[in-house]
Design a protein around this ligand. Structure first.
Ligand SMILES: *[C@@H]1O[C@H](CO)[C@@H](O)[C@H](O)[C@H]1NC(C)=O
Ligand SMILES: *[C@@H]1O[C@H](CO)[C@@H](O)[C@H](O)[C@H]1NC(C)=O
Ligand SMILES: *[C@@H]1O[C@H](CO)[C@@H](O)[C@H](O)[C@H]1NC(C)=O
Length: 368
């Protein structure tokens, strides 16, 4: 599906994004043959300086992306966004978040393994067509941070000895939330459907209030496998592949309760979820949410879970897609967004005959 943005008034700066598109094409070519620059993911609790990170990366991709999107970006209070098929998704009245929050928002990736594409890159073999879904998803998240000026971190966590790797989520969130108003966390197989729509717009759409510590989407329920995604009370688990965590007074207590759940102190028998599916997700659904019910905003599955083509419960990823099964498709969202951003200014050249590219041939005869 192609995404067609609602484009507002043309500004002189729009011409800049035209050149930015060409710059981007050049950069991709350039990066393919140059010797690999040192890429370092910043550590520590201070805000990431993306401009610094980009200086080290030789090319200012952040500037390119910023220019490319500056006229495409949706405002946090935009009355509606347009889907590729022409449908409108309207924002309810009285939006709470009126301004973008920039570096008060952290986009967070969390992995126990380094990116495989980094190995290829270091050997000079980087190719978009060959990278796996993990890099595809993470590049989507990083680009989203660049488009909207959010902070970004890729946390490389160590494996637990006694529990499944996904149990790293609560501690990583706890270690970074104190420096931000919101953390937006995504699994590598999840992606923003619309890179140009800021998270503030979605927070408005979902009516996220100051007391909400967590926003998550439910998993689907099917009669064929009624218990598969349900807790012991037949209630659908919330999926931890996409989480918005808000920094308020209940957030740390929830994260601590969650992280410590498998110790079986506060929650008897939570340790049964150390290894079996769905690990920390089951622990949250079975125990944690029942103690903090009003602080967890549960979205319907289709809002931020699943992807087009899935039949169950209409879980087709309206704003955030989560490719549980066909993970490679996570790359498709990214390239459709980027292609849209690059080709829009190219389309403008043909629509407005910029630089006189369009030449009329009045008579189909060979000029003498
Ligand atoms: C457009 O797609 C959305 C799902 O992405 C769907 O809900 C909506 O009904 C579609 N609209 C039209 C006009 O087909
Ligand atoms: C379990 O929950 C689903 C909705 O999530 C509902 O449709 C179904 O009827 C419930 N089953 C029982 C036995 O309560
Ligand atoms: C604890 O969990 C295990 C594994 O699911 C189960 O077999 C056992 O009955 C549970 N014990 C209690 C006391 O609930």
């Amino acid at each position: 599906m192609m995404m067609l943005p609602a484009v507002g008034g043309r500004s002189p700066l729009f011409a800049l994004s035209v050149s930015a598109g060409l710059v981007l094409v050049f950069i991709f070519g350039f990066m393919a043959w140059q010797s690999p620059p040192r890429m370092s993911f910043p550590h520590g609790s201070s805000h990431t300086d993306l401009s610094l990170a980009n200086q080290k990366a030789d090319v200012s991709i952040s500037e390119v992306i910023r220019l490319l999107y500056q006229n495409m970006k949706t405002a946090p209070t935009e009355p509606f966004i347009r889907e590729p098929n022409g449908s409108h998704i309207a924002l309810p009245p009285n939006p709470r978040y009126k301004k973008t929050m920039g570096s008060d928002i952290l986009i967070l990736d969390l992995e126990t393994r380094p990116l495989k594409s980094t190995d290829d890159f270091k050997k000079g073999n980087y190719d978009w067509r060959n990278i796996n879904h993990v890099s595809g998803g993470i590049f989507n998240h990083y680009t989203y941070a660049l488009v909207h000026g959010y902070d970004y971190k890729f946390v490389h966590a160590h494996e637990f000895e006694d529990r499944h790797a996904t149990w790293i989520k609560p501690s990583a969130l706890a270690n970074h939330i104190k420096n931000y108003k919101f953390i937006v966390f995504l699994d590598a197989d999840a992606a923003f459907r619309f890179l140009h729509v800021p998270i503030e717009w979605m927070l408005n759409y979902w009516d996220i209030k100051p007391h909400h510590s967590f926003v998550m989407a439910k998993d689907p329920w099917t009669a064929a496998e009624p218990q598969y995604n349900s807790d012991r009370f037949n209630r659908s688990l919330t999926n931890t592949g996409f989480m918005v965590v808000q920094n308020n007074e209940n957030t740390m207590p929830i994260l601590k309760a969650w992280h410590e759940c498998p110790e079986d102190v506060r929650y008897a028998n939570c340790s049964q979820w150390k290894q079996p599916k769905f690990h920390e997700q089951s622990a949250f659904g079975e125990y944690i949410r029942y103690d903090y019910e009003q602080y967890v905003k549960e979205l319907d599955c289709g809002e931020a879970n699943g992807y087009p083509g899935l039949e169950v419960n209409n879980c087709q990823g309206k704003f955030v897609r989560h490719y549980w099964f066909e993970k490679h498709l996570v790359k498709k969202d990214f390239h459709e967004n980027i292609m849209n951003a690059i080709t829009l200014p190219i389309q403008k050249i043909f629509a407005e005959n910029i630089g006189g590219v369009i030449v009329q041939q009045e008579k189909n005869v060979i000029d003498a």
